[in-house]
Design a protein around this ligand. Structure first.
Ligand SMILES: *Cc1c(COP(=O)(O)O)cnc(C)c1O
Length: 404
């Protein structure tokens, strides 16, 4: 008989398959059913009176605290994250970032934000948080001494992300987390790229790790959700704040996310393998100045990725050797197997023209003087198509590109 209570020492695939499948939630079937519920019913008025007092995970109360479908997903994510006491679910990745920051920060605080963070995270610092009296300060996560020097009395938290959004830099996460902790600040890490299968954030010293489940956990480009996991003290605070903010996710979406989760390890493995083959191939093309793929030996960030990560994924970028925005866009338009769109981490490949310079305060783009003329980039999200077909498609699209 299956028992998912002790997966701690199991390998990733075994955990992904078994996590969150408690017998009391699944009954006699494999997947937890979709529990659609606002009202939870009580046996009698005495049990009703108990409800609000016992605010614990896995207790029926009212729809806003979820029901077994959501509980199964959040328990599954907790079981995948060594060191986590619990996981809060949010209706999107951005909602997870907001929920975490609104838990940790108070008016007057400084939030340090990695300059290569996802743009909506940057915008949240400059907009929502600024409006609430919190000061965002951007820093270069590759410059440890400048980072350490940037802390002040009011620095309450640091928001990290790796690889960097669009530009894919890998920073020294354990060192960055250690410095934040020594300065009395909470380290928050956006682990959407690697997931806990590729980077065990809490074990590496991060205080709160979050993900856009919209990407790899969903995996099929048909749902939006986010999560945040932490140790006991911070998890309790995140959970309380989420309840105060009225944060809920639908059981239908939680069920879809659970379905996606069961193949996460296989999809990540295949994506990583295909992405690496494509990255390698691109790095030898005369049209390409630089490939930014942490899994690629010799690429920026590869050594730190090898040191700290246990896996990769299919998302990486490259820049053309010179050229123009128009030539780059012609290339993207000529692709036939890649969709053009935001998001990533689905089973289907996507391509996106990127201009990271627009989203930087203190980090240079292009990232090195030798690449000064090479600013026109493309981000590829590699899906599960055949690698040779994807390479053939990129090759035919490259024939439309010219430096003039
Ligand atoms: C997409 C993304 C998010 C936000 O997720 P949504 O579900 O789209 O709100 C957050 N962080 C990273 C790194 C992302 O790529």
């Amino acid at each position: 008989m299956s028992d998912t209570s002790n997966l701690e020492n199991a390998a990733a695939g075994t955990k992904v398959v078994g996590a969150g499948r408690r017998k009391e939630w699944t009954g006699a079937v494999v997947n937890p059913p979709v529990w659609r519920a606002s009202t939870h019913l009580y046996e009698n008025t005495a049990a009703l009176a108990e409800g609000p007092r016992k605010n614990e995970d896995g207790r029926f109360f009212y729809g806003r605290r979820g029901a077994p479908t959501q509980w199964a997903l959040s328990e599954a994510l907790t079981q995948l994250e060594p060191g986590a006491a619990g996981t809060v679910l949010y209706p999107s990745g951005v909602a997870a970032i907001a929920g975490v920051l609104l838990t940790v920060l108070r008016p007057g605080d400084v939030l340090m934000i990695s300059d290569n963070a996802y743009d909506p995270s940057r915008t949240m610092g400059k907009g929502l948080l600024h409006d609430f009296g919190i000061e965002p300060r951007f820093f270069d996560p590759l410059d440890l001494s400048a980072y350490e020097a940037a802390f002040c009395e009011r620095t309450r938290a640091v928001l990290l992300e790796a690889p960097g959004s669009l530009s894919m830099e890998v920073c020294a996460l354990p060192e960055l987390a250690r410095i934040a902790s020594a300065q009395g600040a909470v380290s928050i890490f956006d682990n959407t790229w690697a997931s806990p299968l590729g980077f065990q954030a809490l074990e590496k010293g991060i205080d709160i790790t979050l993900m856009a489940l919209t990407k790899h956990v969903g995996g099929h480009s048909d749902l939006m959700m986010g999560s945040a996991s932490a140790g006991p003290e911070l998890y309790a605070k995140l959970r309380t704040r989420a309840q105060q903010l009225g944060t809920v996710v639908s059981p239908d979406d939680a069920s879809l996310a659970l379905r996606g989760l069961r193949t996460l390890h296989l999809r990540l493995k295949q994506e990583t393998e295909t992405a690496l083959a494509i990255a390698q191939w691109l790095s030898h093309r005369p049209e390409v100045a630089q490939v930014f793929c942490p899994m690629l030996p010799g690429a920026p960030g590869h050594e730190l990725w090898k040191r700290d990560f246990t896996g990769g994924c299919g998302l990486f970028s490259f820049v053309f050797r010179g050229g123009s925005a128009a030539a780059r866009n012609r290339f993207v338009d000529a692709l036939t197997l890649f969709g053009i769109g935001f998001s990533w981490g689905g089973y289907e490949s996507l391509a996106l023209p990127i201009d990271p310079a627009v989203y930087r305060s203190c980090m240079a783009w292009p990232p090195a003087p030798a690449l000064a003329a090479d600013r026109y980039g493309v981000r590829l999200s590699i899906g599960l198509e055949d690698p040779a077909d994807l390479i053939a498609d990129i090759e035919q699209a490259l024939s439309t590109w010219s430096a003039e």
